[in-house]
Design a protein around this ligand. Sequence first.
Ligand code: GUN
Length: 169
Amino acid sequence: MAVTIAQLNSADRAAFVATVGFTFEDSPWIAQEAWSRRPFANVEALLAAMTEVVMSASLERRLALIVAHPDLGGHAARSGRLTVQSTHEQAVAGLAALPPSEMARFDELNAAYRARFGFPFVICAREHTKRSILVALQHRLRNDRATEITAALEEIVKIARLRLLDAVA
Ligand code: GUN
């Protein structure tokens, strides 16, 4: 059942983190810090506060957040080692059961992206299809690293927004 913004506003830090700590992949520190910015008028205000926490964090922490994301169509997805949210997001984009030729293409491009930038390719999978993800991956491989750090963080905020809208009434 969805939690209300009023319930979140009156939650103590531990309950708040237990409820919305999943919003950013494997990075509950974002909810932890956003808690002090209560009360939030609505979900968008909560997301804005969490986004501010991310954007004002050190480069090291922002990179760790990007690195926390699993490869789309990657090994973790195939072996069922994803979080509940990631499993859903990859399935929505049609990545749950890729034929071998497409799997190989994802592996090749994900590896090229990691080799070039040192972090995984992140795009908001729920806003894409497997085809549009491959097109974007090829295109973004041509960018420089600073552009990709910015792009990855923007996509992570889109992922977080959809997760929050699912969880908060
Ligand atoms: N890795 C790259 N994009 C995504 C996404 O939308 N969701 C998850 N969980 N991991 C990703």
